[in-house]
Structures are given as structure tokens and as C-alpha cells.
Design a protein around this ligand. Structure first.
Ligand SMILES: Cc1cc2nc3c(=O)[nH]c(=O)nc-3n(C[C@H](O)[C@H](O)[C@H](O)COP(=O)(O)OP(=O)(O)OC[C@H]3O[C@@H](n4cnc5c(N)ncnc54)[C@H](O)[C@@H]3O)c2cc1C
Length: 420
């Protein structure tokens, strides 16, 4: 019996239930389909994807198999490969976005057997339900249920992957070059090394940079969220709680797949229009508010931004400039190496007040945030070279310096929000 494993964002051999199930059959065809439409969305993510595919291919080759690469529309390619190798079924990891939902529905309707397996989240979306609802709308009750839930056992990497003979495996695409200069390298090997180093840290100290930086590895599935949570439970519980946030937004997205385009709670906000210059200044990190600009420039430089900075820049855009969260989310998705619909839109809507926050009107005061989470100004100085020589309070409030620093713009709006 031959099984095609359609890899999507589960690019690993360790704790991959779909791959493990397929390897219990005689022959396995590990497949990844390069969808030209997705490859264009973000050079940063495409580069990370290419690294991750190379690493997955190495892992599969080490076990006697290979990664088969095709280019085109994933469902059509998977079905045509399954037919050409005489596969009796296709397996994949279940996923939550509208795009993934369409893919799974089409495969389920095809002539070949199709099965999905868990692996994209710790607890599968839909497994935990509040009484009288299909998903949790608020984090804390979800967290309580999630903590008590029983988790499936972690799957071992298969010892052997037996590929049928005579298959053209296909070449890896070129890694894009127009990427953020400090973009991390993708792959299961790098993800495993990062995971081995995780310990407790201060997750809000911007300059200390002590969060795990596992997000792109989790996004592409180079590491398994369940394996990470199992390993860190009791050792770094704050990280485990963040993985619950990730699961939370995945179960929201599974129940509300339009999360990337439509307000989860409609009718709460209205947006200012015609602010192209202010939006462009925000994108470039030239708003004149150092903590905001440092975050936005970290995004361009690394394809990643510290969570605390993401909250500050998103609040600034949606609550102080009153710009529609979709404009901010689109810019994030262009650059973020960990960018995904569930976490990105879920968090943007949370900050904008259209999502799952129980206090939708809160506004983060960027100055208070700066003094609290970047008290020495080191985070600002790292990403805003115009302020690299400024010390004291001037690094967070350069408009008060006499004379003001050359080359750095004055703020366009009062940085202190009227509320917050
Ligand atoms: C406006 C905004 C947009 C965001 N967009 C994304 C996105 O597109 N993709 C993404 O993975 N995260 C997103 N986040 C969540 C969070 O900022 C990142 O997951 C985190 O900064 C990644 O760094 P880390 O791996 O060091 O996190 P750690 O603190 O080490 O956390 C471990 C893991 O938990 C998950 N996690 C942490 N915080 C959150 C959170 N608030 N929501 C959901 N999952 C979380 C991530 O998978 C992360 O890798 C966004 C947050 C905000 C405020």
C-alpha cells in the first residue's frame, strides 16, 4: 500500500502524526507542492520555507526516503501524483484557515481516500468547547480548559521512509534574495537547536530579547507545538501559556475562518480614511515616536518583532491613528517570517478592539510602554540609528531635546493618547 503525505506547514519528521501514520504502510511519498500564488506573498517567508524544505529533505533522505517537490495548485498536484504512483490514500495535517479548509474539502471529495491528522496545534481546534458554544471567545476560560485537557502522546520520528522507485523528486526553488538582512534560517534542525536552549525569561523586556523566537518554526511546523509544550511544561510555563494563546486563536479561526478579512465583533469601530502619509511613516518606522519606530524597523530588518512591540505599534496604528487593522495586518503579513492568518489577524483584532479582548477600548500609551519595557532605551538605540547617541529620556522623547536630533522626524500626533 502506498500513501502520499501532503506536507503543508508541518515541515518536520519528529512528532508528525500524518507522516507517522503513513510510515506504517509499505510505501510513502512525502510531497510538498509549491503554490506560485503563496510564494509571492512574502519573500521572507518564502526564504524560510525553502530552508525548511531543504532540512526536511535531508531528514527524509537520512531515513531512506526523499521529499518530492511539485509546483502548481496543491490539490491537483497531490491527486495527479497519487494517481501516478497508484497510492490508495493521501494524508495531511488538519489546518484551520479558509484556504486550508477549501483544500481539505476538495481532497475529501476526490476519488482517493483522504485523512487528516493533528499536529498544527497542541490541542486540536474544536476539541474543547464551552457549554452552549462551538468555540471559546475569551482566553481565560479556554486556558483553564486547555490546562486540564489530556494531550496526545508525542510521536517519534519514523525510523525508515520507503519511497516507491522511479519517482522524479524535483528541485528546491531558489531562496529569494530580497529578504530582511537579519532573517533567521529555517529548518527542523535549527528549530530543534533553539528549543534546546529555551529557559525561563522576561517576556516583556524589549532589549533583553528573552522570548524563544520559535514562532517561525512553529508557523512552518519545523517544531511541533505539542512537543514544545510537553517539554517546557513545568520548566518554562510562561511559554506554555503562549502556546495556549496560539491554540486559542487557531480554534477561533477554525470557527470563524473569515478572521483575516471580517471583524470578529462587528460594529465596534470606525476608521479614519485618507491617512496615506501617516500609514507610510508607520510602515517605514518614521512616526517620530521612538518605541513605535524601533518595532517597525525591527520588522523590516529581521522579519520578526518582539511581542510587546507588536502590541505597541498595533495599538498606535488602530487606536491613535484610527487606521483599519486590516492595513496593519497586511503590512505584517508582507514582512513577518512567522506571519499567519490565525495569530496575525487574531492579535490585530484583539488590539484593535474588534476581536477577543474583553476590554476592547484599552489604548496602550506608547510612552508609558517605552519607560516600562525599554527603560534604558537600548531597544530604541538598537533599531533607530538616528538616536544611537542619545541618552536619558531624550531617547524616548527626542522632541524635547534642544536641539532635536537631526534626521529624526518630530511626531505627527501627540504620542500620549487621550485615554490609556
Ligand atoms: C499585532 C500582532 C500580530 C501578531 N502576529 C503574529 C503572527 O502573524 N504569527 C505569530 O506566530 N504570532 C503573531 N503574534 C503573536 C506574538 O507576537 C508572536 O507569536 C511572538 O512575538 C513570537 O515570538 P516568540 O516565538 O519569541 O514568542 P514566545 O513568547 O517565546 O512564545 C512562544 C510561542 O507562543 C506563540 N505565541 C506567543 N504569543 C502569542 C500570541 N499573542 N498569540 C498567539 N501565539 C502566541 C508563538 O507561536 C510563539 O512562538 C502577533 C502579535 C501581535 C500583537
Amino acid at each position: 500500500m502506498t500513501t502520499v503525505v501532503l506536507f503543508t506547514r508541518d515541515l518536520r519528521v519528529r512528532d508528525n502524526p500524518a507522516l507517522a501514520a503513513a510510515c506504517r504502510d509499505d510505501y510513502v511519498v512525502p510531497l510538498f507542492v509549491l503554490d506560485p500564488r503563496l510564494l509571492e506573498a512574502s519573500p521572507n517567508r518564502t526564504a524560510f520555507l525553502v530552508d525548511s524544505l531543504a532540512s526536511l529533505r535531508t531528514e527524509l533522505r537520512d531515513r531512506g526516503g526523499d521529499l518530492v517537490l511539485r509546483s502548481g495548485e496543491p490539490v491537483a498536484e497531490a491527486l495527479s501524483l497519487a494517481a501516478s504512483v497508484g497510492a490508495s490514500r493521501i494524508v495531511a495535517s488538519a489546518d484551520v484557515s479558509a484556504y486550508a479548509g477549501r483544500r481539505e474539502a476538495r481532497l475529501a471529495a476526490a476519488d482517493v481516500a483522504f485523512a487528516t491528522y493533528p499536529g498544527v496545534t497542541v490541542v486540536p481546534p474544536g476539541e474543547l468547547r464551552p457549554t452552549g458554544g462551538d468555540h471559546y471567545r475569551v482566553f481565560t476560560p479556554y486556558w483553564r480548559a486547555w490546562e486540564r485537557a489530556s494531550w496526545r502522546p508525542v510521536e517519534r520520528a519514523p525510523a525508515r521512509v520507503q519511497l516507491p522507485g522511479g519517482l522524479a523528486v524535483g528541485r528546491l526553488p531558489a531562496r529569494p534574495t530580497d529578504v530582511s538582512p537579519l532573517l533567521p534560517r529555517g529548518g527542523e534542525d535549527v528549530g530543534q537547536r533553539l528549543l534546546a536552549r529555551v529557559g525561563p525569561g522576561d517576556r516583556d523586556a524589549l532589549a533583553a530579547d528573552e522570548t524563544t523566537r520559535l514562532s517561525p518554526y512553529l508557523h512552518f511546523g519545523c517544531v511541533s507545538p505539542l512537543a514544545v509544550a510537553t517539554r517546557l511544561r513545568g520548566k518554562a510555563d510562561e511559554v506554555v501559556r503562549q502556546l495556549c494563546w496560539r491554540d486559542f486563536f487557531h480554534q477561533v479561526t477554525s470557527a470563524f475562518p473569515a478572521i483575516g478579512t471580517r471583524d470578529y465583533r462587528p460594529g465596534r469601530r470606525s476608521w479614519a480614511s485618507g491617512q496615506e502619509d501617516a500609514i507610510e511613516a508607520w510602515r517605514q518606522g518614521r512616526t517620530g515616536v521612538p518605541i513605535v519606530d524601533a518595532g517597525m524597523r525591527q520588522l523590516l530588518a529581521e522579519g520578526w518583532m518582539h511581542n510587546r512591540a507588536r502590541m505597541v505599534v498595533a495599538s498606535f496604528l488602530t487606536k491613535q491613528l484610527n487606521v483599519d487593522w486590516r492595513i496593519g495586518a497586511a503590512h505584517f503579513l508582507r514582512w513577518l517570517v512567522d506571519g499567519d492568518v490565525a495569530n496575525n489577524s487574531g492579535n490585530w483584532q484583539w488590539v484593535a478592539g474588534t476581536g477577543n479582548d474583553t476590554r476592547p477600548n484599552r489604548v496602550l500609551n506608547p510612552l508609558r510602554q517605552a519607560y516600562r519595557f525599554d527603560p534604558t532605551g537600548d531597544y530604541v538605540r538598537r533599531y533607530v540609528p538616528e538616536l544611537a547617541e542619545v541618552s536619558g529620556k531624550g531617547v524616548q522623547e527626542p522632541w524635547k531635546l534642544e536641539p532635536p536630533p537631526p534626521d529624526y522626524p518630530p511626531p505627527r500626533i501627540d504620542p500620549v493618547p487621550s485615554r490609556g
